[in-house]
Each structure stands twice: as C-alpha cells, then as structure tokens.
Design a protein around this ligand. Structure first.
Ligand code: EPZ
Length: 430
C-alpha cells in the first residue's frame, strides 16, 4: 500500500505555486458538454477527481485532447449516450454536475447518484427542487438520478439551504432554458462565480454570481470558448496553514488574495504574520500560536474545507479554542487520529473544544477524507518523529503533487510502498 512517510520538525520555507481550483474545474469540465463547439480549458488541476470526471465524459462520447498536463480541449458534438453510469463516477460528488449540463443541453440525463468524501449526509433535494422548478421530471431509480423535460422554462427558485452544488447545477440547466430564472439564496463561492464566467464566455447570460441572487436569461445555444480556471482557494489555504503549524515562512503564489480573506484573518488572529501582494501571500509563523474560535460558513465565511487544517493549528496553540462545523455534520472524524498524535480535543455534536498542546508526536495514521487527510499531513510535519499516513488516495483527489510541493518547501516527506522503503526513508532522514 502506498503511504506518505513523514519526518516532522522541519519548518517549511520557500515559495509554492498553487494550481487551478478543483471545485471550479469540475463544473467547468462538465459544462463543456453544453456546446457542440470545442472548448479549451487551461489551469486544470491534474488530480484524481478531474481525471475521473474526464473518463466518465469520455465514456459518453466526449472527445478530448490533453495539450499539456493542465490544458484540455473538449468537444461534445458526438455524444452517444445521456446515461452516465461509469463505475468510478459514483465515487465523486461532482458527477452530478453532468445532470445540470446534459439536462440543459439535451433535456434529458441519467447519472449515477454521487458519492464523494464521507463527511456527513449530502442531500440533493435542492438540486431536484431546482430541476423540477424548471419543468423537468426527476426520479431516482436503480442508483441513477433520471431527469427529463419536454421544455425547460425559467422560474423563480428559492434555495432552502445555501448549496454550492445545487446553485451550480440549476445555473447550468437554466442557462439553456426558455426565459428568465432567478436563484435566490444562492451560494457565493469563487467557483460558482468562475462557472458563471465560463458559461458567459460561451454565450450564456448570467448576472449576479457571487451575490445571493443570480439572474439567468436563457439562451438557445452556447458556443466554444477558451477559459482559464481560477486558483484553488483551499490548496492555497492548506499551504498557508502548513506554514503556521511548522513555524515556517511560505509564500503561496498564483492566488487571488480576496478569496483567502477569511483564512488570512484567522492566521493573523492566531499570531502569524501575513503579507499580501497582487497574486501571492506570504505567511510567517515565528511566535507561539494563540487560541481562537471559528465557525465554518458559506463563502465569504470560513470554509468548511479548511476546518481540519485550522483545527490542527489550534490544537498546537496556547489556550482553549472552539471550532464549530456548521456545513457538514460528520467532519470531525480525523480527530481520533489527531488524538493519537497527542492532541487534546473533545467533540460534542458539531463543536470541537480544543485544549492546545505544545507538540504532536508521530504515529501511524489514516486519511479519512480529502481535507482531513491533508490536515493530518500538516500535523505530521509539525510532529516530533515519524508518521505514516495511509489512504492517501483521498488526498490525491484534490491536491496535485502534494508531497512534491511539500518537499520543495523542505518537508521530509516521501511516498513509500513497502516496509523496506520506509526503513530506507528513516535511515536517510535519521
Ligand atoms: C461542495 O460540495 C464542495 N464540493 C465541497 O468540497 C465543499 O465542502 C462544499 O461545497 C461546501 O463548500 C465540490 O465542489 C465538488 P453543498 P457540495 O451542496 O456542493 C446541504 C472538498 O473537500 N445540502 O454546498 O456537495 C448539505 O447537506 C469538497 O473539496 C442540502 O441540504 O456542498 C450540506 O450540509 C468536500 N440539500 C450543505 O447543504 C442539497 O440539495 C452544503 O452542501 C444540497 C446540499
């Protein structure tokens, strides 16, 4: 089994280039089926989730050409099936973006029900409500969501919960519906805005993305485009917290500082220095970390996808901190692993009460999901001694070359496959 082997205790120092945003790339790739013209996408992260989605798209006849690792040309003029039931697609949440995209274009889609990280109940009622409001019939049968419409007609849709996925799905279907659609209580995440910009670059008429109310005037068809995906807010935030926990000095490059404000403000609160420039942010952690309280919220609040990373930092901070998870109910599963490394955290419902400790110690741990996995790697880099992290396939879902980027900042981390590899790593780093 492939694992990360990590020797902790080295402050991370240097610069790291942040890739394209996974959670923007996934809907953008899916939306590229909405035109018969060729779509050119750049700054695509080369991570497991984008690979799985591209494979599923290929399985229904989308033609694609990778011009380099981060660029792809897609052409969906010869789609031969509106049923996406590829075995691997069930493993990624973003499979459901193909429903909105195919429904918009072909008025019909059947897609395997999504999986994704096990971080709590991940309802899809708001997606279904939105599709039905546009005139589609929606049923769930044999593990597939089946949607069909004679015509899609714009409507006024109020979202009962703020949902990134439902906002995106409805926006895609409505872009090719007849008439006007208003989505109220829409998600405002940067990737929602990026998808709207992408669709607009294909000829859609979408206004208000990034606010609570998105207004869409349906158009009859979309055309090809060339588009560059925004930088990944969460990858950037993860490296910023890596600097904090290892007492390092890291500059994240190719970022949009505005997207990182909630993360930056928490780093300042816990005692890091943060310097912002146009497209990079430097985080220096030279003083003892301080406690704080944090509650995850939809954008522009503190992202749930950064909750494990901040918890890892707060568990090494002076005093008592409280972390409240308000988006997903099961996102503290990694706390048991962190406890095995010496953290003192009590979880009550959706709240973690953290009594800071002065150090972690290395242990043999498993990544329970994508972000928690990355956060545990941060803990390992801050820990005394050696850690192995298994189930790293979760981390590879959303971080490209994670261990290589960490190595470039001085981290002692390697991929190991056998006990012999691990012993070699220990000899080399001992
Ligand atoms: C997206 O998931 C992201 N995934 C998640 O990132 C992220 O954690 C989440 O948004 C919140 O920011 C992708 O973009 C592929 P939601 P999504 O719909 O769209 C409830 C990562 O680590 N809800 O905004 O599935 C839901 O149960 C991943 O990169 C309903 O009740 O999240 C949750 O409590 C993990 N009904 C809340 O809304 C619905 O129909 C937010 O979910 C839909 C959602």
């Amino acid at each position: 089994m492939i694992q990360y082997a990590i020797k902790g205790g080295t402050p991370l120092v240097g610069e790291v280039e942040i890739g394209g945003a996974k959670n923007a790339a996934l809907p953008i790739l899916a939306a590229s089926v909405m035109t018969d013209d060729t779509v050119y996408i750049e700054n695509m992260p080369d991570v497991r989730d984008t690979k799985v989605l591209l494979c599923a798209m290929e399985s229904i006849g989308v033609m694609m050409k990778r011009t380099d690792r981060h660029s792809v040309a897609l052409n969906a003029s010869n789609i031969n099936s509106l049923v996406v039931d590829d075995e691997s697609i069930k493993k990624i949440r973003a499979s459901y973006y193909l429903i909105g995209a195919l429904l918009g274009k072909y008025k019909r889609a059947e897609v395997a029900l999504p999986g994704g990280c096990d971080i709590g109940c991940r309802a899809i009622d708001q997606h279904i409500k939105g599709f039905r409001a546009l005139g589609a019939e929606v049923t769930i049968e044999h593990g597939l969501i089946k949607t069909y419409a004679e015509r899609l007609v714009g409507n006024h849709i109020y979202m009962d919960v703020v949902s990134v996925g439902a906002t995106i799905n409805i926006m895609m279907a409505a872009a090719l519906a007849e008439g006007k659609t208003t989505i109220e209580n829409a998600a405002k995440e940067p990737h929602v805005v990026d998808l709207a910009n992408f669709l607009n670059s294909m000829g859609a008429n979408i206004k208000g993305a990034g606010t609570d109310v998105i207004r869409i005037k349906g158009v009859p068809s979309l055309h090809g485009t060339e588009y560059t995906i925004i930088p990944d807010q969460i990858e950037a935030g993860t490296f910023m917290f890596a600097a904090a926990v290892t007492r390092g000095d890291v500059t994240v490059k190719n970022v949009i500082p505005k997207h990182l404000e909630s993360i930056t403000s928490k780093l300042l609160e816990i005692g890091c220095e943060v310097e912002e420039a146009d497209d990079c942010i430097r985080v220096v952690s030279s003083k003892p970390l301080q406690h704080t309280h944090v509650k995850t919220l939809p954008y522009p609040g503190f992202p749930t996808d950064m909750q494990p990373q901040i918890t890892v930092a707060l568990a090494l901070s002076q005093g008592t901190s409280i972390v409240t998870e308000s988006i997903f109910e099961n996102r503290f599963k990694y706390v048991d692993e962190l406890t095995r490394m010496g953290a003192n955290i009590k979880v009550e419902g959706n709240t973690a009460i953290i009594d800071g400790v002065s150090r972690y110690t290395g242990a043999s741990i498993s990544a329970p999901d994508l972000r928690a996995g990355a956060a545990l790697v941060l803990a390992a880099m801050a820990a005394d001694g050696y850690t192995t992290v298994d189930d790293i396939q979760y981390i590879e879902r959303g971080y490209e070359d994670f261990h290589l980027k960490l190595q470039s900042l001085g981290a002692q981390i390697e991929l190991v496959e056998t006990e012999k590899d691990y012993q070699k790593f220990k000899l080399k780093t001992g």
